[in-house]
Design a binder for this molecule. Structure first.
Ligand SMILES: [Cu+2]
Length: 82
């Protein structure tokens, strides 16, 4: 079951995750590439300076849990709620 408290913001089929460990643009690219094959997202917006990943996804094809797992598989960490 997905822990909703790791989602900062949710609107329609987009979720925002707080991601720890990103320090530069290539970190953003690493995460973007990890999301692509698993999640079939429509768009993603990575922001290393804000530590955020905004992912638009197709709910027929993926879930926020899978998106989170894909990010965690890169070695960066989706921050769970406090
Ligand atoms: Cu980096």
């Amino acid at each position: 079951m997905f822990k909703g408290n790791s989602i900062l913001w949710r609107s329609g089929n987009a979720v925002t995750f707080k991601v720890e460990g990103m320090t530069c643009v290539s970190c953003e690219i690493t995460i973007r590439l990890a999301l692509e094959p698993t999640s079939r997202f429509r768009r993603s917006h990575l922001s290393y300076d804000r530590g955020e990943a905004v992912v638009e996804y197709d709910p027929q094809k993926t879930t926020p849990t899978k998106l989170r797992d894909a990010i965690n598989s890169t070695g960066y960490t989706v921050k769970e709620g406090k």
